[in-house]
Design a binder for this molecule. Structure first.
Ligand SMILES: NC(=O)c1ccc[n+]([C@@H]2O[C@H](COP(=O)([O-])OP(=O)(O)OC[C@H]3O[C@@H](n4cnc5c(N)ncnc54)[C@H](OP(=O)(O)O)[C@@H]3O)[C@@H](O)[C@H]2O)c1
Length: 313
């Protein structure tokens, strides 16, 4: 059945991939943009409204006017050269912005809210590959702890309501066009500049998500799935020792340097060391079993290779 869908973050890497898919399914799409100028070249919106997710009065107005069945929150602030700033910006956008979207949606009688989150927030304890019942690392050190507490607060604001259905999609490391893994992106440039090393035996795990799979999961949960959290990741969590040299080869970059843990701690920021050495992967079992969702890009190997023209795709 065609729905009215309100998308915040429509101009982002997931939003731009999502909008045409929603249109293909016959849904009516209202895109929230920060400025009217951002509408240029935006595919798939039936209607554009201007507003900021941090401006609740304006958000109330535009959501009420759009009369959506579902509100989709794909806002984040990871763009920019300074990761600490990007993290703090995203934490605020998720905690306050997504919370505002939920409040505006509830007041407008919206049936369901779908919001993005990230598997990187899991506490690195227990199994290598974590499911949705694994705890988030709310007592992590420093800025990462602040960010994870914001993620946890946002997720509760979405799923703990009785007046609407809340679905949280926890993405893995997003890759695809215009992401950190594309030319000019943060990881791409770090690898080219030998700034992302292998630390000891490189056992930190990363679960990847192609932006097309993030978008297909949003489409899937517009109508299906119970209130709750779902990991949206590929089928192959990868150790750093595996994906980093493979990625470097695919982009024609230098082989990653090898550092001891002490060297890494002296040269890199805490979060990077955590990712490279102790981060866990995530499983998509819940989404596969409950909704039959399958990633279109089941492995980062084929996804990266296709991105760099090394695989037919
Ligand atoms: N999303 C994740 O979980 C995650 C985690 C780690 C790394 N990354 C990497 O970071 C890259 C950057 O992408 P991103 O994920 O941050 O998304 P993005 O592609 O930059 O999209 C963010 C979206 O949020 C919108 N937005 C930001 N602030 C807003 C506000 N106050 N009100 C309304 N809308 C607002 C942006 O609008 P404007 O177009 O106006 O800016 C944009 O549409 C990704 O490609 C990925 O490689 C992502």
């Amino acid at each position: 059945m065609p729905l009215r869908v309100f998308v915040a973050g429509a101009t982002g890497v997931v939003g731009r991939t999502l909008l045409p898919r929603l249109r293909q399914r016959g849904h009516h799409v209202t895109a929230l943009l920060r400025t009217a100028g951002r509408a240029q070249g935006l595919p798939g919106a039936d209607e554009v409204v201007v507003g900021d997710v941090l401006d609740l009065p304006r958000l109330r107005q535009v959501v009420r006017h759009a009369e959506p069945d579902v509100v989709v929150a794909q806002v984040s602030g990871f763009r920019g050269p300074d990761y600490d700033d990007a993290l703090a910006r995203t934490a605020r956008l998720w905690e306050d912005g997504t919370r505002n979207l939920v409040a505006a949606a509830a007041e407008a009688g919206v049936r369901r809210v779908v919001a993005q989150s990230m598997v990187a927030a899991y506490c690195p304890n227990g199994h290598d590959v974590l499911d949705e019942d694994s705890p988030l690392w709310i007592d992590a050190p420093g800025r990462w702890g602040e960010a994870v507490r914001a993620v946890a607060g946002m997720e509760s604001a979405v799923v703990d309501r009785s007046d609407l259905e809340g679905v949280v999609l926890r993405y893995g490391s997003l890759y695809g066009p215009n992401t950190w893994y594309a030319p000019g992106g943060l990881v791409h440039e770090q690898v080219r500049g030998s700034a992302l090393p292998l630390v000891t035996d490189g056992v930190g795990l990363t679960s990847f998500t192609h932006v097309e799979d993030a978008a297909s999961a949003v489409v899937e949960v517009l109508t299906a799935g119970e209130t709750g959290t779902y990991n949206v990741v590929d089928n192959e969590p990868a150790e750093c020792a595996e994906w980093l040299p493979a990625y470097a080869r695919m982009i024609g970059g230098p082989a990653p340097l090898s550092l001891t843990l002490d060297q890494a701690r002296a040269q890199l920021d805490w979060l990077t060391v955590h990712r490279l050495t102790e981060q866990r992967g995530a499983t998509n079992f819940r989404l596969r079993e409950t909704l039959g969702w399958r990633p279109g890009w089941p492995s980062w190997r084929e996804g990266f290779a296709t991105m760099f023209g090394l695989w037919p795709g």
